[in-house]
Design a protein. Sequence first.
Length: 148
Amino acid sequence: MRNQISYTVDLFTMADKYSDISVTSPEDVPTSLVREMFGPCLYSHEEFHVIYMNNANKIRFTERISSGSSNACIVPLNKIITTMSVQRVNKAIMLHNHPSGYVKFSTSDLNLAKKMKRVFKDLEFVMLDFMLVTDDFKLTSALNRGLI
C-alpha cells in the first residue's frame, strides 16, 4: 500500500511543466500533456485520467484513475472526489481513450459523464469537460458536442 507522501509526489509529477497553463476549452489542453498521459496505452487498453485545476483553471496535476482492458475500464468516482478534497482543487477534466479508435462516446461513457456532473455539482466541484482521446492524441469534447 502506498503512503500519502509517495501518492502526493506522484500526483504532482507533471505539475511544474504545465502549471502556467489555463484551460478553458479542449483546445487549451496541451497535446504534449495528453501524449504523456496516454502514450503507452492509446491503442492497447482503456485508461481514465483526470486533469485537476484550481479556481483559475490552471493545471495543478494529473492522475491516472484506472486502467482496464481493450474495451472497458472501471472508474471509481470516490477516488476522484477524495483526491479533489484532499488536494484542495475544485475543477477537473475527465479524459479516457478507446483503443479501438472508435471516436464516438458510448452510452456507458455518457451515463458516467452525466453522473459525474451531478455528483460534482452536489459537492460544489466543477467538471469542466469529459473528453475522449482519439487518434494522434486529439480530444473530442462531450461538452462541445452538447452531450453533457
